[in-house]
Design a protein around this ligand. Structure first.
Ligand code: AMP
Ligand code: MG
Length: 410
């Protein structure tokens, strides 16, 4: 059986990041830059005031009470028409260009207006105070954002400042999600005897979307070869196909065999973890030996997640999210634990390494964590008070209050 770390490494080594394209800035949140971004202009583009006040020559303000003649007013978006000479001041607003001759802005709060004159009520100012010189933030020709950066709000704002209406970025992966099981009914339906609602597709679509990919639901495939095969073929048009159910040892667990028939090669099956042991991962390189018509070459990656909802959810957080990050070029793609102090004592039996649903809280002392009551991999509703999970390494252990445990936020 694969360890989680080995399986994650294998996953990353198997997946090739997607290609780059030109993406409108408004659609670029969470994408990874595919090229360095060079500024073609200085920012700010002119010397500008950072305050509402008066632009003056520092040398003129020798003492509290200096009186200067106000020669004009410049608001943001306008340009000064006059040079500030000895004994003169220009009333200036935040964001307006600094007039020639001036080398400091006195805040309006430190002045008193007296007709066409202004009285400065502070002592000699420091040259350059309350203004920013052209190009202080960015020089024309400088690399402002490097290839590989993931775009967040601030970076998108900086790109907008530089005039990038489009960016070169790795495209967003398309992820198809397919539930399998004869017992499943759509969530709008009332389950009949022996039936349950298909909760996994809604859950996985939400997780995949939160990871930055584009999720598409393929609904439910029944536990028979023909239905599975046709829906798997449809899903292989995507970059990633995520199935839930049908990967364990039941007589109707047909997913691995049907994936093989569709031309998907197994990379690993079964990972030493709880929940999620039957996890299956494979690669499709565009050759479907059982298809009557050969489809155009297209590669895709495929997960078969165990059907129990918490197994599906945890495998998605750890493995599907890593695959999406790798496809998007995020570095590192693998999950990084955050360490949290246990709020209560807890003893574990010797078992598989376990991801236990938990509630993480920021306190004055740092991050703390509390395991939530949970009845195992089918108990999805038991996880709703959790906002993450704690990793328990699998040896029998007695944890004490304050022990630091690796945790993952959802
Ligand atoms: P399986 O992995 O197919 O053996 O399914 C394991 C358990 O998960 C069974 O109790 C299934 O009924 C349940 N299950 C499978 N798929 C789903 C789904 N899409 N939504 C909710 N429960 C599911
Ligand atoms: Mg099943």
């Amino acid at each position: 059986m694969w360890t989680v770390d080995d399986a994650l490494q294998k996953l990353v080594a198997t997946i090739t990041p997607l290609g780059v394209s030109q993406v409108p800035l408004s659609e670029a949140l969470g994408l990874t830059l595919g090229a360095d971004v060079i500024s073609h202009s200085d920012s700010p583009p002119f010397d500008k005031s950072l305050m509402d006040g008066y632009a003056v020559r520092a040398a003129d303000v020798t003492a509290v009470g200096t009186s200067l003649k106000v020669i004009e007013t410049v608001t943001a978006g306008r340009v000064p028409s006059m040079r500030v000479g000895p004994g003169e001041a220009t009333q200036i607003m935040t964001g307006a260009p600094l007039p020639e001759g001036a080398d400091v802005v006195i805040k309006v709060e430190e002045t008193r207006r007296d007709g066409d004159r202004v009285v400065v009520q502070c002592g000699p100012p420091t040259i350059g105070a309350n203004l920013i010189r052209r190009g202080t933030s960015v020089r024309s020709g400088a690399c402002v954002l490097s290839r590989g950066l993931t775009l967040n709000g601030a970076r998108i704002g900086a790109l907008a400042e530089l005039g990038c209406a489009h960016v070169t970025a790795r495209r967003r992966p398309k992820v198809s999600i397919l539930a399998t099981g004869d017992e499943l009914v759509p969530i709008e339906s009332a389950p009949g005897p022996g039936q349950i609602r298909n909760s996994n597709v809604a859950m996985l679509a939400a997780q995949v979307t939160a990871a930055g990919a584009e999720a598409m639901s393929l609904g439910i495939a029944r536990d028979n070869r023909d239905d599975l095969l046709s829906k798997i073929r449809e899903g292989l048009q995507s970059d990633l196909l995520v199935l839930s159910g049908g990967v364990s040892a039941g007589t109707l667990d047909l997913v691995p065999a049907t994936l093989a028939e569709a031309g998907v090669e197994q990379v690993f099956h079964k990972v030493e973890m709880k929940p999620g042991k039957p996890l299956w991962f494979g690669q499709f390189c565009g050759v479907d030996r059982s298809a009557s018509v050969s489809s155009a070459s297209h590669s895709a990656y495929v997960f078969g997640l165990p059907g129990n909802p918490v197994s599906s959810m945890v495998c998605c957080e750890i493995f599907v999210r890593t695959a999406i990050r790798r496809l998007m070029g995020v570095d590192p793609p693998t999950p990084s634990p955050i360490f949290a102090k246990l709020e209560h004592a807890y003893s574990t039996r010797a078992d598989r390494p376990t991801y236990h649903p938990a509630c993480l809280t920021w306190t004055k002392e740092g991050l703390s964590v509390r395991l939530v009551p949970w009845h195992g991999s089918s108990d999805l509703c038991g996880t709703v008070s959790a906002n993450g999970m704690v990793f328990l390494s699998g040896e029998a252990r007695q944890f004490q209050v304050g022990d630091c445990l690796p945790s993952y936020a959802w």
